[in-house]
Ligand binder design. Structure first.
Ligand SMILES: C[S@@+](CC[C@H](N)C(=O)[O-])C[C@H]1O[C@@H](n2cnc3c(N)ncnc32)[C@H](O)[C@@H]1O
Length: 240
C-alpha cells in the first residue's frame, strides 16, 4: 500500500505551525514533563518527526539538547525559522546513520508514528532503539484508536463514517479544527495490540503506558476528553 505523508505540503505545514498546546493537544503534552523526569537520565534528545518544532522547543524548555529530524522539508523550514539556533535535519528515507550508536538519552516521537505505515514501523523502531544509551528511553506519543471515531475540542471525525470499520494498519481520516486547513489528515490506525507486536519485533520493552484524560476543570471546552483518552503515551526501553 502506498501512503503519502500529508505533512509534505507547504500550506499544511503553515497551518500546523499555528498549533501549540491548547485544547486536545494540551492533554498530549500535559504529562510529558513528569513522565520524562521519572524515566529519563541525561539531556541528549532526538525529536523524531519534529515537524514545525513544537515538540523540540518543548524538550528544550525541559533542559534537553535537542536534534529534531523529519522527512518533510516543508515542516523543517518552519521549525528552523522559529528557532534560529535549533538543530533540525532532514532524514530522507529515515536514514539515521549520521547518529552514533548510543547517542541519545531520550528519543521522543510525538504523533509521528500516526503517519508511518505498519510495514515500516518495526524497521524504524529498531533503528531508533540502537541510538539509545544503555539507560535511554523512547517516549512514543500516538493517537488512540478512539480518536478517529469521536469528536474532540481539537478534531472532528463526523465526515468519516467509515473510520469505525477500520482495522489496524488501515488509513483513517480526521480533521483538525484548531487551524484553518480543514483538509482531512490521513493517518494509519494502529491498535495497542499492534504496537506491542511492533515493539517486541524491534527489541523494545514497554515500561509504562499512559492514557491521559482531562480532569474537567481546565479552561477548555472538552467534548469527550474527560471520559475517553485521545492519546496514548508509551515509554520504551531496549529489551534485555
Ligand atoms: C503530526 S506532526 C507532529 C510534529 C511534532 N512532533 C509536534 O508534536 O508538533 C507529525 C510529523 O511526523 C513527520 N513524519 C511522518 N513520517 C515520518 C517518518 N517516516 N520519519 C520522520 N518523520 C516523519 C511528518 O512529516 C510530520 O512533520
Amino acid at each position: 500500500m502506498s501512503f503519502i505523508n500529508c505533512y509534505e505540503d507547504a500550506s499544511r505545514a503553515d497551518a500546523y505551525a499555528s498549533l501549540e498546546f491548547a485544547n486536545t493537544y494540551y492533554l498530549a503534552y500535559r504529562d510529558l514533563p513528569s513522565i520524562i523526569s521519572e524515566h529519563v537520565a541525561g539531556t541528549r534528545a532526538l525529536d523524531f518527526g519534529c515537524g514545525t518544532g513544537r515538540s523540540s522547543r518543548f524538550l528544550q524548555e525541559l533542559g534537553f539538547h535537542v536534534i529534531g529530524v523529519d522527512v518533510s522539508e516543508d515542516m523543517l523550514r518552519i521549525a528552523r525559522s522559529i528557532d534560529l539556533s535549533g538543530d533540525y535535519r532532514l532524514v530522507p528515507g529515515d536514514n539515521l546513520s549520521e547518529f552514533g550508536v548510543g547517542a541519545f538519552d531520550l528519543v521522543l516521537s510525538a504523533f509521528t508514528f500516526d503517519n508511518i505505515p505498519a510495514a515500516a514501523k518495526v524497521r524504524i523502531f529498531s533503528d531508533l532503539q540502537k541510538l539509545l544509551t544503555p539507560k535511554g528511553v523512547i517516549v512514543n506519543l500516538v493517537s488512540s484508536p478512539e480518536i478517529y471515531i469521536h469528536d474532540w475540542a481539537s478534531f472532528t471525525t463526523k465526515d468519516f463514517p467509515e473510520n469505525p470499520a477500520a482495522r489496524s494498519g488501515d488509513v483513517v481520516r480526521i480533521i483538525v479544527t484548531d487551524h484553518e486547513d480543514r483538509r482531512p489528515v490521513e493517518d494509519i490506525l494502529c491498535t495497542d495490540e499492534t504496537y506491542r507486536l511492533v515493539y517486541r519485533e524491534a527489541r523494545l520493552e514497554t515500561i509504562a503506558m499512559f492514557k491521559p484524560l482531562a480532569k474537567g476543570d481546565e479552561a477548555y471546552k472538552w467534548v469527550n476528553e474527560t471520559r475517553i483518552a485521545p492519546w496514548v503515551i508509551y515509554v520504551l526501553k531496549r529489551a534485555a
